[in-house]
Design a protein around this ligand. Structure first.
Ligand SMILES: *[C@@H]1O[C@H](CO)[C@@H](O)[C@H](O)[C@H]1NC(C)=O
Ligand SMILES: *[C@@H]1O[C@H](CO)[C@@H](O)[C@H](O)[C@H]1NC(C)=O
Ligand SMILES: *[C@@H]1O[C@H](CO)[C@@H](O)[C@H](O)[C@H]1NC(C)=O
Ligand SMILES: *[C@@H]1O[C@H](CO)[C@@H](O)[C@H](O)[C@H]1NC(C)=O
Ligand SMILES: *[C@@H]1O[C@H](CO)[C@@H](O)[C@H](O)[C@H]1NC(C)=O
Ligand SMILES: *[C@@H]1O[C@H](CO)[C@@H](O)[C@H](O)[C@H]1NC(C)=O
Length: 508
């Protein structure tokens, strides 16, 4: 069983980009069949969503996981590959309604690592720098000038020795690469705040050069060392780092309706991979089966706007599949995605009805123009169904991130992960205050038996309602504002992926 602690780099393995859609999607060879279908109707589409079908889908994913020795659907595993096969086959069986494509990509993943440091022979506390190469190096420490963000900060005697660099101003990866370019054998980055620093160098390769074995230490330790060395002392360090980096190969599944205006495509997404600990049935089997069920039922109807379903791989490893997809769209492909709706965990046992905070009213992180209207649409959906709803932040923890970074309005619903239910949420949604919204989050207990089927059905009806609305018209959304980058500006652009629903590692 793999313990994957990461973030990943994306390397193209396919030349074809399924994001490049034909301007008139219905010319894909589906012929005129779609013309005979009735126009999608929200009430009917919602009514077609049945608990039994959702349960059956969830059971199928669990069976796929449990048929493998690892009993999970981790990216790269048999369980995940079989999930991809199942989705492709199901989507292809719908009377040719969708053009179904696998989008292959590969990603470097750090499986595990050990990091040890001794200063003048004495073991010293240190922090992991993800994606550091392995190495066992003993050499004198050489102090790097300023913050080590420029090649000129590295003195010539750093060559063959270990560079001692302050945290700050630029990312750890740049410091490690510049140390490497200057000929250093290793690098130690000391914190600029109290305590030991750990983080990520970001996925290699990077243009400035190769990383050298790198780890982090505390501000206290670092400044004391700088003082000693500046005073003329010679200090030697031993870095012993062993990391295992592996390239994983995997696939997104992309299904696009063969008719409908592809210039204004509605896109929906959910992720198909689990963590190693379990089969991942709420996270995100629920979103996967939810959008799949809507895709199946939609195939009985005509649409005006093309509808595309993205089944993402590698979300848990750092939003890999959705990021790869968006980064490989050309300008026209990007322009054609009129809105993106994300569904990641929609059947949490101790659920809330949460909606991405497109208008920023709850978390002050506004989505791109149109996201507010999408949020308001889902609010009215829950209201019409006699239910309360609440907001969840665009905090970069799921696959909408690459879309909002590119100005695509986004939204969607969520029923909660590891957060504890508040008293107020208990009043609004029932359940148990003080307990996690999903107590089985990222554990072996994330199974069919622990799904809340009421939440699952209601949120899948919300998916159906949103598809029925936007597949007919986007008139309710303001024009796209490409200059607006949503949370991207707030989170700061970086070539380092911000990691999935795991705690984000700091990169600077
Ligand atoms: C899963 O599929 C990928 C991509 O095709 C392949 O590289 C990998 O070996 C497969 N994993 C298993 C366990 O078969
Ligand atoms: C990585 O994990 C495996 C299995 O848990 C273990 O056998 C191996 O020693 C670990 N390697 C490192 C470098 O920590
Ligand atoms: C690291 O290298 C030293 C010699 O420089 C050696 O004595 C030690 O056994 C090595 N440690 C590991 C874990 O390889
Ligand atoms: C889609 O966009 C293309 C290029 O701008 C345009 O030629 C075409 O008429 C548009 N199609 C529809 C149905 O709006
Ligand atoms: C909201 O964010 C903006 C810009 O990021 C900031 O200027 C403003 O102070 C924030 N408002 C609140 C209430 O936090
Ligand atoms: C909605 O929340 C209020 C408390 O804010 C509660 O009184 C009411 O019962 C809730 N409605 C439902 C349907 O749970």
């Amino acid at each position: 069983m793999r313990l994957s602690i990461v973030i990943g780099a994306l390397a193209a393995t396919s030349a074809a980009s399924p994001g490049v859609v034909h301007p008139r999607g219905y010319e894909y060879g589906y012929g005129d069949k779609w013309k005979k279908l009735p126009l999608v109707d929200s009430k009917k589409l919602q009514k077609s969503i049945k608990s039994s079908a959702l349960l059956k889908g969830a059971e199928k994913l669990q069976e796929i996981a449990y048929n493998t020795p690892e009993r999970n659907r981790l990216m790269g595993s048999q369980g995940h590959n079989d999930t991809v096969k199942f989705l492709k086959k199901t989507l292809e069986s719908l009377d040719g309604y969708y053009k179904v494509e696998l989008q292959p990509f590969s990603s470097l993943v750090q499986l595990n690592g050990t990091y040890a440091l001794a200063i003048d022979g004495e073991t010293t506390e240190s922090g992991a720098m993800e994606y550091s190469p392995s190495g066992n190096i003993s050499a004198p420490l050489v102090v790097v000038s300023n913050l080590g963000c420029e090649a000129s900060d590295y003195p010539s005697d750093v060559s063959g020795n270990i560079a001692l660099i302050s945290r700050g101003s630029c990312d750890f990866g740049l410091k490690s690469a510049l140390a490497g370019t200057a000929g250093a054998a290793g690098a130690i980055i000391y914190n600029n705040l109290p305590g030991v620093i750990e983080g990520t160098l970001g996925v290699p390769p990077r243009p400035e050069g190769d990383y050298v074995p790198t780890l982090g230490i505390s501000q206290e330790e670092g400044t004391a060392l700088v003082e000693q060395i500046s005073g003329g002392a010679s200090v030697s360090a031993t870095l012993n780092i062993a990391t295992i980096l592996e390239t994983y190969y995997t696939n997104n599944v992309i299904a696009t309706s063969k008719h409908g205006n592809a210039n204004t495509t509605l896109m929906l997404g959910a992720h198909t991979d689990s963590v190693a600990a379990g089969p991942g049935i709420n996270d995100d089997g629920s979103g996967t089966i939810g959008i799949l069920e809507v895709a199946k039922k939609l195939s009985k109807y005509k649409v005006k706007n093309a509808v595309r379903f993205g089944f993402w791989s590698g979300e848990e490893e750092g939003l890999l599949g959705s990021t790869y997809y968006v980064e490989n769209l050309d300008a026209a492909g990007l322009a054609n995605v009129r809105a993106y709706l994300n569904f990641d965990m929609i059947a949490s046992p101790n659920y809330v009805h949460a909606i991405y905070d497109g208008d920023g009213s709850a978390f002050n992180e506004t989505g791109p123009a149109g996201s507010a209207e999408i949020e308001h649409f889902f609010e009215s959906f829950f209201e019409k169904n006699g239910e309360n709803s609440t907001a969840t932040a665009f905090d970069g923890r799921s696959d909408y991130l690459a879309f909002i970074e590119n100005g695509i309005p986004a939204g969607g619903t969520f029923t909660g992960a590891e957060e504890l239910k508040t008293e107020e949420e208990e009043e609004m949604f029932g359940g148990t205050a003080g307990e996690a919204l999903d107590p089985n989050y990222h554990s072996a207990g994330d199974t069919v038996e622990n799904l809340n089927m009421d939440a699952f059905v209601l949120h899948t009806k919300a998916i159906a309602a949103s598809v029925a609305k936007y597949a007919v018209s986007f008139d309710s959304l303001p024009p796209k504002d490409l200059a607006k980058r949503g949370v991207a500006a707030m989170l700061g652009r970086s070539r380092v992926r911000r990691g999935g629903k795991k705690a984000r590692k700091t990169y600077l």
